[in-house]
Each structure stands twice: as structure tokens, then as C-alpha cells.
Design a binder for this molecule. Structure first.
Ligand code: PLP
Length: 410
């Protein structure tokens, strides 16, 4: 029999969304005809904007003609898209990122999951808690996480983010080599100010740590003082890799496109103590294991940087952020403490005292016929919290808020 990677066997069954689906199904069977509003899954609902659709049609036509056909593209992505990213996502914010520091991919899940390929198996990991589960699970798969006690992995340092600390992660105490930061945050919908992010960059510089900065929700930032990129902080290029995605920015969840920035100043060290460029390693990793994102999809992403594309993207984000504002107000009016949702599409609710995340799920489903996601599914510090998303239709969001008036913890 073939021997398998035992690390995969250590992973607990992915319980959260299957349990959510199971409970919704059971409720539906007991209450036929009741309309349930689903505000749990983090997928978007608005269609792809016209500028990107037109670009895809044009790119499909390109593929039909010998003169404009594109086969394998550069593993790092097409220059036409990388140049737009350097100009609009970085230079426009006063950040110098070279085209060869940008790697186009099929999304941030792949990149945040795959980045561990270029890091030592001995690296110690820290994550904010609650957390996007991909960071933890991919380190389990790589054998870095240690053993699981049903709540935590022994080799991962958890940095709890709760209402008590204003959702600002405490500095690590175990000297991690790699720190995952995701801001605006999934699931809490909270952000880090420039000053706090600067403290993290300082920490990484003084402790030789690498920050993996996931800014998949950057486009949702409204407040001027919240950094959109970690490279807005001086010195960050020597300590941070940044991940971005068009999924939530432009509804590309089904099209698949994102990118990762690996600055050339960023260096690690090999077993012999020699300095190694992380940009060169990631380039090597991508060239070996990835054959580039689709030409058609990269043309669609390029179109997002046109005047029309930028206007349309903004309209959709404004639409979701209106949902977020409506949800925040509605949840607060129901007498609950609410966080996030001001610079992010996620609303993070504190459950009433003594009510667990799953109990809250059941109460909300029963009383309001609204389904969300229990915070405990994102990590131990998520217990006692609950996530709603602003990615639904406005009408459904309004209806959900109307139903929240029935909310009553018995
Ligand atoms: N990073 C975070 C924090 C996310 O919440 C998500 C998706 O939910 C992703 C990355 C994945 O993005 P993509 O669709 O680009 O793979």
C-alpha cells in the first residue's frame, strides 16, 4: 500500500461549513416553506463588471485567431497586468514595486497556501486568532503545526484578537519565524491602524521574522488612516510578502485571479547560513509548479484598472458596504455589540453573555431565519462571536435586519 502524507491525516474534518449546512437543512425540513437568508458563506453575489466582461470577450476572440492566439503565458503573469498593478495599486500610493516583484496567480488561497513551499519546515508560525483557516491547515499539511488538542496546534502561536484588546493582536512571545496578518480581517472585519502596523514591521525587523500580509479585502478600506498595503510602512519590504486577490475586489471568485508581491530586498537564510532571495525562490517555485493564470482572466483583471473598470468596481464595493452599514445598525438596534463592517465586508457580533457561537447560530436561525457563521469555527478566540457577511443582495440584507427585530435570547 502507498504511504500517505501523515500530516494530512492529522487535520480534523473541515467541520464548520458542513455543520452549518447540516443545521440549516435540519431546520428547513422541520419548517418547510420558511425562507432562510444565508449570510454565512463568504462568496460574492454581484456579477462581473462590464469592463472586465468586454475584455474577456475580446480576449476570447484573440484566442480564435492565429495572429493573436496566446498559449502558455509567463509563469509570473503577463507584463500588461503586472505593470498596471505596479502603477495603480502601488505607485499611486507612493510605493515603488517593480514588475518583477509581482507574481500573478489564480488567487490568494493558492498563494497563501503555497508560500510555505519556500520556507523551512522548522519555521515557527504565529497566527491571529480567529483566523482564515487556510494559514493553519496548510502549515499542518507541511508538518509545522505539531499536535492538535481539539482546540489548538502545539507548534502554532495563537494571538487572540477579541473585544478586550480591540481586536489588535498582542505581540508574540514565542519568537515565531513567520507571522500571518490579514487586514482588513476575515473573519472579524477589523483593521490595523498605520501606527500598529508599523509596530508589527518593527517587531519583524528586530526579531528576523517574516510577515505574510493578506490584504484580500484592501478594496473595502474607507478610512484614510488605514494602510492599504503593508509596504506603506517604511522598512516593510525587507520583512513582508503581500497577497492580493480580485475575488472580493471585483467578484472574481469564479474567474480566479490574484497576485503576490515578493520584494527583492527580502532575504532568508539557508542551512549553511547563506543569504537567499525569497523573490528568486518564489519565482523558482512558480516556474516549477504553476503555468500561469489564464490569458483571458488576466485581460479581465487588466480592464479593472481602466477608468470604467475602476468606477464599476467602486460601485459594487459601495453596494456591499451599504449592506455592511445596514447590518451594523440592525445588529446594534437588536441590542448586540457589533465590530468590523466599516472597512471590511464582515460584521463580527459578540454573542450575549453565556451564549456560545453555535447556540447563537441556532437562536438566529430559529427566531430570525437568518444563517451566519459561528466565530468558534475560526479559532479558539472566535468563541462567543458570530460572523455575518455583507456580500448578499441589498433586499435580503434589509429583510434580515427587519427580522433581527424579532431577536430574543431566551
Ligand atoms: N484570504 C482571505 C483572508 C480570504 O478570506 C479569502 C477568501 O475568502 C482568500 C484569501 C481567498 O481568496 P481567493 O479567492 O483569491 O483565493
Amino acid at each position: 500500500m502507498i504511504k500517505v502524507n501523515d500530516n494530512f491525516c492529522k487535520l480534523p474534518a473541515s467541520y464548520l461549513f458542513s455543520e452549518v449546512a447540516k443545521r440549516i437543512e435540519a431546520f428547513r425540513r422541520q419548517n418547510p416553506g420558511t425562507e432562510i437568508i444565508r449570510m454565512g458563506i463568504g462568496d460574492v453575489t454581484s456579477p462581473i463588471c462590464a469592463a472586465a466582461v468586454r475584455a474577456m470577450k475580446q480576449a476570447a476572440d484573440d484566442q480564435s485567431r492565429k495572429e493573436t492566439f496566446h498559449g502558455y503565458g509567463p509563469e509570473q503573469g503577463y507584463e500588461f497586468l503586472r505593470a498596471k498593478i505596479a502603477e495603480y495599486d502601488y505607485k499611486a500610493r507612493g510605493i515603488d514595486i517593480a514588475v518583477d516583484e509581482i507574481f500573478i496567480s489564480d488567487g490568494a488561497k493558492s498563494d497563501t497556501g503555497n508560500i510555505g513551499d519556500i520556507l523551512s519546515h522548522g519555521c515557527k508560525i504565529a497566527v491571529t486568532d480567529p483566523v482564515y483557516p487556510v494559514y493553519v491547515d496548510t502549515n499542518v499539511m507541511a508538518g509545522r503545526a505539531g499536535s492538535y488538542d481539539g482546540n489548538r496546534w502545539s507548534n502554532i502561536e495563537y494571538l487572540p484578537c477579541t473585544a478586550e484588546n480591540g481586536f489588535i493582536p498582542p505581540m508574540p512571545v514565542d519568537n515565531p519565524d513567520v507571522i500571518y496578518l490579514c487586514y482588513p480581517n476575515n473573519p472579524t472585519g477589523t483593521t490595523l491602524s498605520r501606527d500598529i502596523l508599523a509596530q508589527w514591521v518593527d517587531y519583524a525587523r528586530s526579531h528576523n521574522a517574516l510577515i505574510l500580509f493578506d490584504s484580500a479585502y484592501e478594496a473595502y478600506i474607507r478610512h484614510e488612516d488605514i494602510p492599504h498595503s503593508i509596504y506603506e510602512i517604511p522598512g516593510a519590504k525587507e520583512v513582508a510578502i503581500e497577497f492580493r486577490s480580485y475575488s472580493k475586489t471585483a467578484g472574481f471568485t469564479g474567474l480566479r485571479c490574484g497576485y503576490t508581491v515578493v520584494p527583492k530586498q527580502l532575504h532568508g537564510v539557508d542551512a549553511n547560513g547563506h543569504s537567499v532571495s525569497l523573490n528568486a525562490l518564489w519565482n523558482r517555485r512558480q516556474c516549477t509548479k504553476f503555468n500561469g493564470a489564464s490569458y483571458i482572466i488576466q485581460r479581465a483583471a487588466e480592464a479593472l484598472y481602466t477608468d470604467e473598470g475602476r468606477r464599476e468596481v467602486k460601485e459594487t464595493i459601495d453596494y456591499y458596504m451599504r449592506n455592511a452599514a445596514v447590518l451594523r445598525a440592525g445588529v446594534r438596534a437588536a441590542g448586540l455589540d457589533v465590530y468590523g463592517g466599516e472597512d471590511a465586508p464582515y460584521i463580527w457580533i459578540k454573542t450575549p453573555d453565556g451564549v456560545s457561537s453555535w447556540e447563537f447560530f441556532d437562536i438566529l436561525l430559529k427566531e430570525c431565519n437568518v444563517a451566519g457563521t459561528p466565530g468558534s469555527g475560526f479559532g479558539p478566540a472566535g468563541e462567543g462571536y458570530f460572523r455575518l457577511t455583507a456580500f448578499g443582495r441589498y433586499e435580503d440584507t434589509m429583510k434580515a435586519v427587519e427580522r433581527l427585530k424579532r431577536f430574543n435570547v431566551k
